[in-house]
Design a protein around this ligand. Structure first.
Ligand code: MN
Length: 231
């Protein structure tokens, strides 16, 4: 087979303890999935889960022990961090029930759902898609994936992000409004999940801006932390 031009490389994420990398297919993100974050965004109460997506090539792999970099993106004056637990789907399926959902998860990673908040806000206000606020280049830093069996008590894990050494977001995965099993049930009713899909499960309260020169340290207990500098 020949192509008109060189096709882009497969985006992939290293796996802890394995030579094989996890090839990334789709990136799903859950909106407003922690109550205190929903409140800070001007919403209250439990609403049905909703989803948006990022392209796979928004991934920036952050290696353990290294400071990765992302560029300050164009067009925005309000570039926000959102620390998130990322679930990596190993086995696909449609209409997966919550009771069966967790076995579809291959492993977990620490992710940042970087957001051009001002542009997202303008789009929300106009009733337009969020893509420009969420799905831009380098908007999905992620750490190495820890296989589920080695990830400990992930559903009760503390997650946090510090900026220049000071806490910005700190919460616990147990506070997800829609837990991972329920999220997979809803997602797989709308899309047939496929191996390689990533789910950014949502962010807790404390989202805030970073500027060039800031360094973020993102962590989820039991997983490999990430250090990301905005340049
Ligand atoms: Mn998010």
């Amino acid at each position: 087979m020949s192509y008109l031009f060189t096709p882009p490389a497969v985006v992939s994420v290293p796996v802890v303890g394995r030579a094989e990398r996890f090839p990334v297919n789709r990136i799903y993100c859950v909106g407003r999935n922690y109550e205190e974050h929903a409140k800070e965004m001007g919403f209250t109460g439990r609403e049905p889960p909703f989803f948006f997506m990022k392209p796979a090539n928004a991934i920036v792999v952050i290696n353990p022990g290294e400071t990765g970099t992302i560029p300050y993106p164009s067009l925005t004056k309000n570039f926000h961090h959102e620390i998130e637990l990322v679930a990596a789907i190993g086995t696909g399926g449609k209409n997966i029930k919550a009771a069966d959902a967790m076995k579809h998860i291959f492993g977990y990673a620490v992710g940042l759902d970087m957001t051009r908040r001002d542009l997202q806000g303008e789009m929300k206000k106009a009733g337009r898609p969020w893509c420009i606020g969420k799905a831009f280049d380098h908007s999905a830093p992620i750490g190495h994936i820890t296989p589920a069996a080695q990830a400990g008590d992930i559903v009760n894990a503390e997650l946090a992000v510090q900026v220049n050494g000071a806490d910005r977001q700190r919460s616990n995965v147990s506070k997800l409004i829609w837990n991972m099993a329920e999220t997979i049930e809803h997602l797989s009713a709308a899309w047939e999940l496929q191996p390689g899909d990533l789910i950014y499960t949502g962010t807790p309260e404390g989202v805030n801006a970073v500027v060039s020169g800031d360094t973020m340290v993102g962590s989820v207990a039991g997983l490999i932390s990430i250090t990301v500098k905005v340049v």
